[in-house]
Structures are given as C-alpha cells and as structure tokens.
Design a protein around this ligand. Structure first.
Ligand code: GAR
Length: 192
C-alpha cells in the first residue's frame, strides 16, 4: 500500500517540490501519495508551487496562536485525510507534544546540518561563518525538541572549496533534494 503523506512547509518549498516530482514520475511513484501540502504561513511561496502542480493545499495561519491550540486545529483538519506520514520540509514551527504523540514516529524532518552539532534556523550560514570543511544533511524523526529526534540518515557535503554562502546553500539544497526522496523511499518500502 502506498503511504499517504502530507508535506508541511513554511516558505519556499523547494524540498516539497522535489518530493512532489518524485511522487509524480520518479522514485516515489510506487511508494507514496502526496495527499496534501500544508503551511502555517499564508505567504509561503511553496503553496503556489503545489497549487500549480495540482496538489491540494491548506493554510492555517499560526501567527499569534498558542502552540497547542494551533496544533489541535491542524490535527482536527488532518484527521479525515488519514495521513500515514507528515513530512516537514522547511516547516519552521516547533510541534507540540500533542502533535508528536498523535503522529508518533510518523513525522520526518530534513535539517541542513548534523543535528548533533547545530539545531534551528540558519545552518548553512553557521557552516559558512565557522569555515567548516564539510557539513551534513540529516533526515530524522521528529520529537519534542528542536531538530533532536532519532537520525534516520545523514549525508556529508564537502564545502572545502566554497567561498560564498550562496555556493554552500546551492550545493546543500541539491543534496537535500536528492537525499530526502531517497531516504523516504527506503523508509516506506521497509514498512510494507
Ligand atoms: C531547507 O534547507 C531545510 O533543510 C531547512 O530549511 C530549508 C527550507 O527550504 N530546514 C531547517 O533548517 C530545519 N531546522 P525549502 O523551503 O526550499 O525546502
């Protein structure tokens, strides 16, 4: 059975777009169905991308709402869709314990660093400013912390020859786009 996935975004949505393409006619075609793209931010550019591709979208603005109240709204909204996995792709909001419990071990995030070394926003900038020779992309389960859940897979990115943040970001995103779908494919297939 194909897994039913919802992708959560807050902004650009390039990782969402990469997964969307792989579900359409790529390596995720037989592994999952992209049921919905959700955002907490009405301005998220990725919402347009998903709409243009014919994927159902929903936005519930989180601004000014208490974490648990907002998450309850989202849980209620999602319930009828019978989602197997929530995929966080640049979803910049910490999930409440209630949400984590509701989708226990079924929420997956991508983070553009080794999650043991750097958590939160701005990982490429951190790598750049610290003149790292290499950094990582990490796909991990989501728990109640910020980028702290069990690691599913990490891939290394050699940034030793790179002199600008833009260069690092471009190479990093290319790695993320490829890696995220590959890891999801393995995960979903192992669960059949
Ligand atoms: C990606 O680099 C993703 O790994 C990162 O935000 C970017 C979203 O870009 N996530 C985090 O930093 C999570 N802590 P996108 O919207 O184009 O996919």
């Amino acid at each position: 059975m194909k897994k039913r996935i919802a992708i959560f975004i807050s902004g650009r949505g390039s990782n969402m777009d990469a997964i969307l393409r792989q579900t359409r006619d790529g390596i995720l075609r037989d592994a999952c169905e992209l049921v919905l793209v959700f955002s907490n931010n009405p301005e998220a550019k990725g919402l347009e991308t998903a709409k243009n591709a014919g994927v159902p979208t929903e936005c519930i603005a989180s601004k000014g709402k208490k974490r648990e109240n907002f998450d309850k709204e989202v849980i209620n909204f999602l319930e009828p869709f019978k989602i197997d996995y929530i995929i966080l792709a640049g979803y910049m909001r910490l999930l409440s314990p209630l949400f984590i419990r509701t989708y226990q071990k079924r929420i997956i995030n991508i983070h553009p660093a080794d999650t043991r070394a750097f958590q939160g926003v701005g990982a490429y900038d951190w790598a750049y400013k610290n003149k790292l020779q290499k950094t990582y992309a990490t796909v991990h389960y989501v728990d109640e912390g910020m980028d702290t859940g069990d690691i599913i897979e990490q891939r290394e990115l050699d940034i030793s020859g790179m002199t600008t943040l833009e260069e690092i970001e471009k190479a990093g995103l290319a790695l993320e786009h490829k890696m995220f779908s590959e890891v999801l494919k393995k995960l979903f297939e192992n669960e059949q």
